[in-house]
Design a protein around this ligand. Sequence first.
Ligand SMILES: Cc1cc2nc3c(=O)[nH]c(=O)nc-3n(C[C@H](O)[C@H](O)[C@H](O)COP(=O)(O)OP(=O)(O)OC[C@H]3O[C@@H](n4cnc5c(N)ncnc54)[C@H](O)[C@@H]3O)c2cc1C
Length: 398
Amino acid sequence: MPTDFDVLIVGGGINGSALARALAASPLEIGLVEPTPPAAPAPDWDARIYALTPAVQRFLDTIGAWPHLDADRIAPVTRMRIEGDAGGRLDFTAFAAGVERLASICEAGRLAHELWEGVRRQHRLTLFAGARPAALALGDTHAALTLEDGRRCTARLVVGADGADSWLRQAAGIGATPTPYGELGVVANFRCQHPHADTAFQWFRPDGVLAWLPLPGRRLSMVWSVPEPEGRALLALEPAVLAARVAAAGAHRLGHLETITPPAAFPLRSLLLPRRVAARVALIGDAAHVVHPLTGHGVNLGLQDARVLAQVLCSAARHAASPPDCGDPRLLRRYERRRSEEVTVVHGLTHGLHELFRARARPLVPLRNLGMNLVARMPVVTHFLARYAMGHTEEYKS
Ligand SMILES: Cc1cc2nc3c(=O)[nH]c(=O)nc-3n(C[C@H](O)[C@H](O)[C@H](O)COP(=O)(O)OP(=O)(O)OC[C@H]3O[C@@H](n4cnc5c(N)ncnc54)[C@H](O)[C@@H]3O)c2cc1C
């Protein structure tokens, strides 16, 4: 089993596995450390779903993951309707944006499993499944990673894809911890009485942000970001009571609801790092940034990190006579520069929207709703926002 790698990825979640898949076409020797590989998905509808932008969908297609997902379990979003807490309203349509769909809703567990299965079959890739890193030493020419079971690997570049509480981030001395919002993201799936017509709904309510995302058929997936006590109260409700509460919170827009996947909850946090690379280290995904789920951008940012880092490394490999030094600071800076704008803008917009609608100050309530209505009347701005929402900003830079 090889122990010396061009790239050693720590964390085989969605982003770490996607990076490994995107490097498959290169001659680079890859290692991947994942303590808990994803389990095969159950037949039930996953409570955790992702709203993937068309740009990210194309990336997943390129790395061969998208065609293997069950198309009957993926729903398009062709319309987004966003409502404020005092009459503000914004509408985006795929038709107005000149695209077939604004996003695709897919189950998190199925995507993670599909990417992992691809990685398991990949050539020039060594899996350390069930292993956990214990120590990192960063040298001038290599990084050395010791696993808890005593095995030792070296690599030109170590990539941290180990999530919001990244071990690698701390070990590399990029000391930062996510800041809690004091909120839970409560997720559950429902059957709905009326067809959703591929529409995603979002309400900025006084008690938090409620999103209904379309699932295939007459089903929807909810993400309700609420203060922790309210979140715990939602989790304790009987399924029928929860469904009635969610239907009422969404003004019965899709009629009567019936719970089909029981609720689960995740603590919501924020993280924006000044640097996402260090000597022989690069961070991707939630290890590099954590955003509130209200704009549904978390995993999209992470997959764009994976795509861009792979593009930078593959391009270096194409232009070098022998495998390049993947930890070359110039390559790492190129990756960081190309991701900086989108990460900063999306994090700032998401955090700013969250703070604006969390503020209880009376003058802000009509102002923020007026702002939404003004934006709605400016086609140039709505078009820009729709393009940002679809991830069209970074994709065409090379
Ligand atoms: C309620 C909620 C709803 C969300 N909804 C959306 C949405 O609609 N759209 C969207 O785009 N995003 C959404 N997100 C965000 C999205 O879930 C994350 O951005 C995404 O899971 C991050 O993926 P990742 O691979 O970077 O990290 P993770 O998914 O956290 O994966 C990290 C991997 O690293 C492994 N690991 C952990 N510790 C170690 C270690 N010490 N060593 C090695 N490996 C380790 C883990 O086992 C795991 O496999 C949502 C998040 C929440 C909380």
